[in-house]
Design a protein around this ligand. Structure first.
Ligand code: NAD
Ligand code: MG
Length: 379
């Protein structure tokens, strides 16, 4: 029995992880569940999976949850500190499926407590990659990628000799606006941007897929996970989302992982690694028919090259563009800015970043706050 701590349990990844647990009651128990503010869903999850402890980031929602769960023995924590404390509570593995930089401190707390990490929260590595890697080494802790592309790269590298990785081929679906010109993107609506062709995901990552910011964040994530510079990561638009990414090894062999576009496989692989488990849906290549690969349009989708610039500059630049993006995506979803302004505001905030090469977690949060302020004050 593996004891799981799930952070972000009410979201897209979190609920799919619980689907896996539900399908395998003999393999997993859930010891802790945390989320942002959805008390009703967390109550239902707590009653079904009977964890020892739950937490909500939102204090008021946590008070509400305490009342709802008063007839149970389940402990209810609240706030950012509560979520971090829960990440270190009893359990073998922490699945971090929180959205945004809010996931960084819980990841660090869990590593500190010696827990194996299954990481969906890419913002953890985008902002704190250096510190996380240092801590993983120090504590001898394993971190397994859940992001589908990074899971595919990780799977493709199983058995590859150390030092044989030449190049990463990172695939992108292209999102709902692939092939569109800047002019055509002027007035796209929130509804159009949320209409992803292949994946059903949380709102923030869906907008990031439409701007290609998601692929930029994933380049940074791959740099930290696999220790290669961005210059050795090639982004290719693959509209079918069947080939989830590939690696080229020193002898020119290209190894890829293919499958239906379903996050359950990469979530499950992180939970069972190095073992393999049940199949949710077989890939029918005849149904797919054709796999295509195209270059991304870096002039129209500026956030991809800007993220590459951020990681090449290093230091706090990735944190700045990430923080600006969290703020501008929120404003776009609220209808307060236009689609193309997301990239403009992110670029402005990144360029105003006061960089430090040797930085602490506090510096990361200060850079995040400064970038968010630039965005808010620019509209
Ligand atoms: P989501 O918006 O559906 O869910 C986010 C979860 O985080 C919710 O449970 C929410 O309550 C919780 N949360 C938000 N703020 C919190 C806080 N301060 N403290 C504690 N919990 C908080 O998002 P998602 O689509 O599931 O994505 C989660 C993460 O996984 C993101 O980093 C995303 O980039 C990554 N990811 C998602 C997918 C996908 O298919 N959805 C694929 C790859 C990577
Ligand atoms: Mg991905």
């Amino acid at each position: 029995m593996k004891k799981l701590i799930i952070l972000g349990s009410t979201g897209s990844i979190g609920t799919q992880a619980l689907d896996i647990v539900r399908a395998n009651p003999d393999k997993y128990t859930v010891t802790a569940l945390a989320a942002g503010s959805n008390a009703a869903l967390l109550e239902a999850q707590a009653r079904e999976f009977k964890p020892v402890v739950v937490a909500l980031f939102d204090e008021k929602a946590a008070d509400d949850l305490k009342i709802k769960l008063a007839d149970t023995d389940i402990k209810v924590l609240s706030g950012a500190d509560g979520v971090c404390a829960l990440a270190t509570s009893e359990g073998d593995m922490v699945l971090n499926a929180i959205v945004g930089i809010a996931g960084l401190r819980p990841t660090l707390a869990a590593i500190e407590a010696g827990k194996t990490i299954a990481l969906a929260n890419k913002e953890t590595l985008v902002t704190g990659g250096e510190i996380v890697n240092r801590k993983l080494k120090e504590k001898g802790v394993k971190l397994l990628p859940v992001d589908s592309e990074h899971s595919a790269i990780f799977q493709s590298l199983q058995g590859a000799p150390c030092g044989s990785l030449k190049k990463i081929i990172l695939t992108a679906s292209g999102g709902p606006f692939f092939g569109k010109t800047r002019n055509e993107l002027q007035n796209v609506t929130v509804k159009e941007a949320l209409n992803h062709p292949n994946w059903s995901m949380g709102a923030k990552i869906t907008i990031d897929s439409a701007t290609l910011m998601n692929k930029g964040l994933e380049v940074i994530e791959a740099v930290h996970l696999f220790g290669v510079p961005a210059s050795r990561i090639e982004v290719t638009v693959h509209r079918q989302s069947i080939l989830h990414s590939a690696v080229e090894l020193s002898d020119g062999a290209v190894i890829a992982q293919l499958g239906t576009p379903d996050m359950k496989l990469p979530i499950q692989y992180a939970l069972t690694y190095p073992e393999r488990d049940m199949c949710f849906e077989s890939l029918d290549l005849f149904k797919v028919g054709m796999l295509t690969f195209e270059r991304p349009d870096m002039d129209t989708f500026r956030l991809l090259p800007l993220c590459i610039e951020a990681i090449n500059r290093g230091g706090l630049y990735p944190t700045a563009i990430n923080g600006a993006n969290e703020e501008s995506v929120k404003l776009f979803l609220e209808g307060k800015i236009k689609f193309l302004q997301i990239a403009e505001l992110n670029e402005k905030a990144m360029n105003m970043c006061e960089n430090k090469s040797d930085f602490t977690v506090e510096d990361i949060f200060a850079a995040d706050a400064a970038a968010r302020a630039v965005v808010r004050e620019s509209i």
